[in-house]
Design a protein around this ligand. Structure first.
Ligand code: PLP
Length: 392
């Protein structure tokens, strides 16, 4: 079967790398007679747990569900406050609202290090604060030693939104295993793409059991256990959801996991190629640069190639210019606290100056294992010339 690329773009932001291994794995599941959560999911969980070095892993339908279940498992409820970065995908905050609690947005450290600022977290902690969600933006880990110390001092549960950071390590340990619970995404444009899917990892057996129960309606036995003859009845002990992962998805996940380290290395190489081309050119600022990133981590899941445009140019104009060359670009992210939903939920206005400035200037360029260094050079040259002509 040949792979047909349906992309409108010459250079899409991300591109799937599926091969004969994924095709064979999917076919095997199709012929197995069982499609919902079953032995393939269990195998994916075991492989993932061992990859990140966590005792427990639970596959779920997506990372949003992973975050939601993690908050519920940690006992987060109405009246609680959860500290979250505003510079993240909206799901990070939505999960808190789904759990009935209030997201309290914090600013980032700097334009160069657009990750949650431990000082800002310290200032936001109140009697109601029960948890902190950390997001490892772009695959670069947050300042975990300071954040974990703060969390310990104030008895906060630390949930890592590691959607960008599959394979990032921090002082030798995998992101997602540094706090109490880690959540991963396998959405179609993430480093380990399945289409839809997520994973919860933890070393805490109580949290593991609480997530597992809620993943499937609060039932004490699964449909697979009944199908395979290991159970005949069940009780429902808590209110749960259907956040299960299908077998077909897990089959793709297993094969993609085998390729992840190599793909991440390619991403790192391409990131460095971008950095070499863009550093000190056309007034571009490079956040998450190798300098700031490598101090803390041995390997990095380089999920996004982000640049900050000079304040003087119009981002929509640059994005249009890139589009005319077939280059897809995007903005990661508009600040969550400025979305209407979150503005309307708040009594007073808040400002997060670094996040707001970062979001107004940031631009994401294509980065995926299918790119070549010559593509990176071409994209970089086009970006620089667009900025130069827009600045005149
Ligand atoms: C993609 C993403 C999510 C949501 O993941 P889904 O699997 O699509 O639910 C959450 N947080 C961050 C930071 C993400 O990038």
């Amino acid at each position: 079967m040949s792979q047909q690329n349906m992309s409108y773009w010459k250079y899409p932001l991300s591109e799937l790398q599926m091969g004969a291994e994924e095709e064979a794995a999917v076919l095997q599941v199709l012929r197995s007679g069982w499609l919902s959560t079953g032995p393939t999911v269990v195998e994916f969980e075991a492989r993932f747990a061992s990859f990140v070095g966590a005792p427990y892993a639970l596959a779920v339908s997506n990372c949003t569900a992973a975050l939601h279940l993690s908050l519920l498992a940690a006992g987060i409820q109405a009246g609680d406050e959860v500290i979250v970065p505003s510079l993240s995908f909206v799901a990070t905050a939505n999960a808190v609202v789904h759990a009935g609690a209030t997201p309290c947005f914090v600013d980032c450290t700097s334009l160069q290090h657009p990750l949650v600022d431990p000082n800002a977290v310290a200032q936001k902690i109140t009697r109601k604060t029960k948890a902190l969600i950390v997001m490892h933006y772009g695959g670069v880990s947050a300042d975990m030693s300071r954040l974990l110390a703060l969390a310990k001092e104030h008895q906060l549960t630390v949930i890592e939104d590691a959607a960008h950071a599959i394979g990032t390590t921090y002082h030798g340990r995998a992101c997602g295993t540094l706090g109490d619970i880690g959540c991963f995404s396998f959405f179609a444009n993430k480093n380990l793409p399945i289409g839809e899917g997520g994973m919860v990892v933890t070393s805490d057996e109580t949290l593991y059991n609480a997530v597992k129960l809620r993943r499937s309606h609060g039932m004490t036995k699964s449909s697979w256990e009944k199908y395979s003859g290991h159970a005949s009845s069940y009780d429902v002990t808590t209110l749960g959801f259907n956040f299960r992962m299908p077998e077909l998805s897990a089959a793709i996940g297993i094969e993609q996991l085998k390729k992840l380290t190599e793909h991440n290395l390619t991403r790192q190489r391409l990131y460095r190629a971008y950095e070499a081309k863009l550093k000190n050119r056309a007034g571009i600022l490079l956040p998450l640069s190798e300098e700031t990133a490598s101090e803390l981590q041995n390997s990095c899941a380089r999920h996004l190639m982000v640049v900050l445009l000079p304040e003087t140019v119009s981002r929509p104009q640059i994005m249009d210019g890139l589009k005319a060359h077939g280059i897809q670009s995007s903005v990661h992210y508009p600040p969550i606290h400025q979305f209407s939903l979150y503005r309307e939920r708040r009594a007073e206005n808040i400002t997060l100056p670094i996040t707001e400035s970062y979001s107004s200037r940031t631009l994401t360029l294509p980065l995926h294992p299918g790119l070549k260094e010559s593509d990176v050079e071409q994209i970089s040259d086009i970006l620089c010339s667009l900025i130069a002509s827009a600045s005149v």
